[in-house]
Design a protein around this ligand. Structure first.
Ligand code: IMP
Ligand code: MG
Length: 184
């Protein structure tokens, strides 16, 4: 049972919904009249992305990238592999990356460098969660849902070993659920 491994609910459905609505308002205001492409980072951002795009009340295009980092979370190499690239060209367009969590910042740093090389009109980031304690690179989201302490979290699209994504809230995973598998 997935719920057996949940230590604590960190963000409830209604807390998330209220914050996503606010973010949608800010983004709608800031990008009014601009050619905006929302770029969702699969798979973790899926819930955040689909809720946020419906709170953005201006016309947008959507596209997705899937990336994986080499090595485990503790071996932060910063080398990222593109598993799925954008379908669209973004040159001259306003791009907003939609990410689940900024942790060490290595993934986001790679994504920003990669997308900037395609010459968008602008490139910004909206992240649902930020774990500033773990940052290795000085990078931040331009729009942020919640800053959270350094816990491993799951739910609302975010996984541990591909599990827990369908939980409608963000929860702290009981360390006992992964500690036995951490050392390989
Ligand atoms: P970074 O490169 O260390 O910033 O890694 C960010 C990515 O690691 C996120 O997009 C997530 O996919 C994953 N990640 C970081 N923290 C967590 C967590 O607490 N739970 C699940 N995935 C996480
Ligand atoms: Mg991710």
């Amino acid at each position: 049972m997935e719920m057996d491994s949940i230590q604590e609910i960190l963000l409830t459905e209604s807390q998330i919904a209220a914050r996503v609505q606010q973010l949608g308002k800010e983004i709608s205001r800031d990008y009014q009249g601009k050619d905006l492409v929302l770029v969702g980072i699969l798979k973790g951002a899926i819930c955040f992305f689909s809720d946020l795009m419906r709170q953005v009340k201006i016309p947008v295009n959507i596209d997705f990238m899937a990336v994986s980092s080499y090595g485990s979370a503790s071996q932060t190499s910063g080398v990222v592999k593109i598993l799925k690239d954008l379908d669209m060209a973004i040159e001259g367009r306003h791009v907003l990356i939609v990410e689940d969590i900024v942790d060490t910042g290595l993934t986001l740093n790679y994504l920003k460098t990669n997308l900037l090389s395609r010459n968008p009109a602008s490139l910004k980031v909206v992240a649902l969660l930020d774990k500033p304690d773990r940052r290795l690179i000085d990078i931040h989201a331009d729009y942020l849902g919640f800053s959270i302490p350094d816990h491993f979290v799951v739910g609302y699209g975010i996984d541990y070993a591909e599990q827990y994504r369908s939980l409608p809230f963000v929860a702290i995973l009981d360390p006992a659920a992964y500690q036995s598998e951490v050392k390989e």
